[in-house]
Every structure is written in structure tokens, then in C-alpha cells.
Write a protein that binds this ligand. Structure first.
Ligand SMILES: [Fe+2]
Ligand SMILES: [Fe+2]
Length: 215
């Protein structure tokens, strides 16, 4: 019989990082095309800006979860980890998130491209640093099983509260992942969200993002 995998914050971090990494890559890649050739139609334009909004919401919520919950819990136990630099990088990313939001609100693909490119450079280095410092093996030693479970619950509630608007941020989260990663979130979210809101009540709101999402 296969054991159910132990809950582990290191794995949870890698999973949400994959959402953001794909989101950034897809947004940047498409933005370059739209800067060069314009938006092919209004639906694509709308979907692209909504996709950027979903990215902003998920990245910001992830940082808040680390700043407010995860880092405070583990920082005293990990004296060799430079938490201040990680916090500073969150602040730097926040500046670029503000630039992306302003570009989105102004409808400027060129400004969005600049913000996304800056964000991508900081993000790649930041994510690599975190995944080395907070690998599943390390986190299994630093936190108890009960703490992993509790942190996962607190993090889910915290990011639900901050990743807004949910009709864009939740489909963005689910459909920038596939396979076991998507199944993990489908299993963790309330059935009302996965069976009613995303596929029915919120469907029209996020439909134009589909060309940028995974099937
Ligand atoms: Fe992170
Ligand atoms: Fe971070």
C-alpha cells in the first residue's frame, strides 16, 4: 500500500512558484508579441489584461503569506538564511507589480512588457534562493508534521483573502498548473469553488483568459 505523501511546506512553495513562473513566462512572451504586432482582437486584449491581473493577485498573495506567516514561524530556526534579502526582494517585486497594474489600467502593452521583464529577472533569482533554502528535505527537519499541516491551512486562508478578484485569481491558479499539481488545489479548495463558482458562476468573467491557460 502506498503511503499518502506527508504534507510539506517546501512542496507547497514549489507548487505555487510553478504557477507564478509559468504566469510570468506566458505573460512576458505574449506581451512581446502584442507590443510588436498589436492585439489581434478585443477578446485577446481583455484576456491578456485579466491574465496579468490574475498574476498580480497570486504573486502578491504569495508574498504576503511568506511575509506574514511562513517567514515569522521559521526565521529564528534558520539563522543561516538571509530573510532580510528575501523580504527586500518582495518589496522590489511589489514596485514592479505596481508598474504592471498601472500599465494594465492604462492599456499599455509596452509599459507592461518593461514591468514584466524586470519582475522576471528578480523572480527567477528569488525563487531559486527560496527553493534552495526551503527545500522539502530542509523543511521536514525545521517544522513538525503538525506545523506543516497548520501552515498549509493558514496559508490557504490567507491567500484566499488576499488573491483578489477571486473569479480571476482562482482560475489563474488552477489553470497555470496541470496534472497532480492542479489536482492538489482542486482537492484543497471547497467543492463550491471548484464545482460551482469556477466552472459556472465565474465562467464568463475568466473565459477570455483561456488562450493563455492550460487546458
Ligand atoms: Fe516564494
Ligand atoms: Fe518570496
Amino acid at each position: 500500500m502506498l503511503d499518502k505523501p506527508m504534507p510539506n511546506i517546501g512542496l507547497d512553495l514549489q507548487r505555487i512558484h510553478r504557477v507564478i513562473t509559468r504566469g510570468l513566462a506566458v505573460a512576458l512572451e505574449n506581451c512581446q508579441v502584442f507590443v510588436a504586432s498589436g492585439f489581434p482582437d478585443d477578446a485577446t486584449r481583455e484576456g491578456f489584461w485579466k491574465y496579468c491581473q490574475g498574476l498580480e493577485a497570486n504573486l502578491h498573495a504569495h508574498h504576503l503569506t511568506e511575509d506574514d506567516l511562513f517567514f515569522p514561524l521559521v526565521c529564528d530556526r534558520m539563522p543561516g538564511t538571509d530573510f532580510q534579502t528575501l523580504l527586500d526582494e518582495h518589496q522590489e517585486l511589489l514596485v514592479y507589480l505596481g508598474e504592471l497594474k498601472a500599465a494594465r489600467e492604462a492599456g499599455s502593452a509596452a509599459d507592461a512588457q518593461r514591468a514584466l521583464a524586470r519582475m522576471d529577472v528578480v523572480w527567477q533569482a528569488h525563487m531559486a534562493k527560496e527553493e534552495a533554502a526551503f527545500s522539502p528535505e530542509i523543511m521536514a527537519r525545521v517544522m513538525t508534521v503538525a506545523e506543516h499541516i497548520e501552515m498549509a491551512q493558514q496559508a490557504a486562508a490567507h491567500s484566499q483573502a488576499h488573491a483578489q478578484p477571486a473569479p480571476l485569481s482562482v482560475p489563474f491558479l488552477l489553470y497555470n498548473l496541470e496534472g497532480a499539481d492542479r489536482d492538489f488545489y482542486l482537492g484543497a479548495m471547497p467543492a463550491e469553488v471548484t464545482q460551482q463558482l469556477v466552472p459556472i458562476a465565474w465562467k464568463d468573467e475568466w473565459a477570455t483568459m483561456k488562450p493563455f491557460l492550460l487546458e
